[in-house]
Write a protein that binds this ligand. Structure first.
Ligand code: IPM
Ligand code: MG
Length: 357
């Protein structure tokens, strides 16, 4: 039987509620597909700060260091946003997690599930059957380069990229495109930024190794516009760290339902990864039992695919999510006429029912 170890970091806000449903579904697929994951929970984010004085405490580091993957929910909330920057959940936990485990590939699949078209603010014909993949570089660029400081009247951030950093993310994106519709759009601002000039040069070189993938380059401002004008022209969108942050939020709203979108942050050299819903901690609805757990459940599928190479189990989860939508079962964020509204935990139960059918 295949075995592995995962760190379970539920974090803040709706994190613990949606994590419970993710774990419920994982246990079900473990039985059905005969594998076993040892799950160790640890504190992260504001919850960790409150109990241990730091958003990413040593005990949590140790559990993550000894795992094959991290299943993550969300961190942050108004309670912790005025702490010194290095102690906030974002700067003190999320970015250090990405750096510590060299999670340089961030995948954000943007999928409009049949039946959810009306959730988008775009015309239905523009987004029907939309399926695109944002591949974001996650450990370099302006987020992590030095110098970086702020004084009273001046501040500086630095954007730096090396050839190696661009090459490795580009290879991942081209390989992903090869398995999909074979169109890759690389995003930059090569008319202004030196990093972008290098980015475009390196991506163009890497493209030579993938002659069956069509490679296009777009300036980021044009890409932002094209994404809402005609989103289905895209298949794989390759971006550096900051442009990927911005365009992935924009792309997520094409689907209209942030509660449906998983994300994977991977060290492509070791397969270690961190898997989390894209939607954040949503403190306003925490504890009410109404959060949509499907993004967390889909994040479990990404973990099984990318870290544990359990493709069948991953696909089974994704099909169950598709089925639950087809069966008109909805949490409140995606409800529409004629559908049955369920709570967070009922949604988890419905997915389990489909998986054991
Ligand atoms: C994301 C988030 C983070 C980022 C924040 C919370 C630091 O917006 O994962 O997209 O900017 O990367
Ligand atoms: Mg973001």
């Amino acid at each position: 039987m295949k075995t592995g170890k995962i760190a379970v970091l539920a974090g803040d806000g709706i994190g613990p509620e949606v994590m419970a449903e993710g774990l419920k579904v994982l246990t079900t697929v473990e039985e059905r597909f005969n594998f076993n994951l040892l799950k160790q929970s640890a504190l992260i984010g504001g919850a960790a700060y409150d109990k241990k004085g730091h958003p990413f405490p040593d005990e949590t580091k140790e559990i993550c260091d000894n795992s094959d993957a991290i299943l993550f929910s969300s961190v942050g909330g108004p309670k912790w946003s005025n702490l010194p920057p290095e102690l906030t959940p974002e700067r003190g936990a999320l970015l250090p997690l990405r750096k510590r485990y060299n999670l340089f590939v961030n995948l954000r699949p943007i999928v409009v599930y049949p039946g959810l078209e009306q959730a988008s603010s775009l015309k239905q014909e523009l987004i029907k059957d939309l399926n695109l993949l944002v591949v974001r570089e996650l450990t370099g660029g302006i987020y992590f380069s030095d110098p970086k400081w702020k004084k009273k009247n001046e501040a500086i951030d630095t954007m730096a990229y090396s050839r190696t950093e661009i090459e490795r993310i580009a290879h991942f994106a081209f390989q992903a495109a090869k398995e999909r519709r074979k169109i890759l759009t690389s995003i930059d601002k090569a008319n202004v930024l030196m990093c972008s000039k290098l980015w475009r040069e390196v991506v163009t070189e890497v493209a030579q190794e993938y002659p069956d993938v069509e490679c296009n380059h777009l300036y980021v401002d044009n890409a932002a516009m094209q994404l809402i004008r005609k989103p289905k022209q895209f298949d794989v969108i390759l971006c550096g760290n900051m442009f990927g942050d911005i365009l992935s939020d924009e792309a997520s709203q094409l689907t209209g339902s942030l509660g449906m979108l998983p994300s994977a942050s991977i060290n492509a050299e070791t397969s270690f990864g961190m898997y989390e819903p894209a939607g954040g901690s949503a403190p306003d609805i925490a504890g009410k039992g109404i959060a949509n757990p499907l993004a967390q459940i889909l994040s479990c599928a990404l973990m099984l695919r990318y870290t544990f190479k359990l493709e069948k189990a991953a696909t089974a989860i994704e099909q169950a999510v598709q089925q639950v939508i087809a069966d008109n079962i909805r949490t409140i964020d995606i409800i529409s006429d004629g559908c049955r509204q369920v709570s967070t935990s009922e949604m988890g139960d419905e997915i389990v029912k489909i998986l054991v059918r």
